[in-house]
Ligand binder design. Structure first.
Ligand SMILES: [Zn+2]
Length: 97
């Protein structure tokens, strides 16, 4: 029920999503924003740069790496690891095992 009222939309980042209301907010962008809010901002600048230099700007991208691999990133020290682990756990995610 109600399915026929939903229409496929595409946000300006190219995400496809279904919405039944007139709300223009893309749920995928919204989720990315929520992830990034508590994530990169809690890190030290060198650690944040280390992740960004490796193309990691979302928690989901972070889950593609193990703790060992993350520690190989230049600028990311062991002190940042518990923070990252906690943020991942808070979002029901974890490092690659
Ligand atoms: Zn989007």
């Amino acid at each position: 029920m109600g399915l026929s009222k939903k229409s496929l939309r595409t946000c300006n980042k190219g995400h496809h999503y279904y919405k039944s209301s007139d709300c223009p907010i893309c749920p995928i962008c919204e989720q990315d924003r929520n992830f990034n809010n508590g994530f990169l901002s809690t890190l030290s600048a060198p650690a944040r740069r280390a992740l960004e230099n490796n193309g990691i700007t979302t928690l989901q991208q972070l889950t593609a790496y193990s703790e060992k691999e993350i520690l190989q990133f230049h600028g990311l020290g062991p002190a940042s690891l518990p923070k990252l682990r906690t943020v991942l756990e808070n979002n029901g995610l974890s490092f690659k095992r």
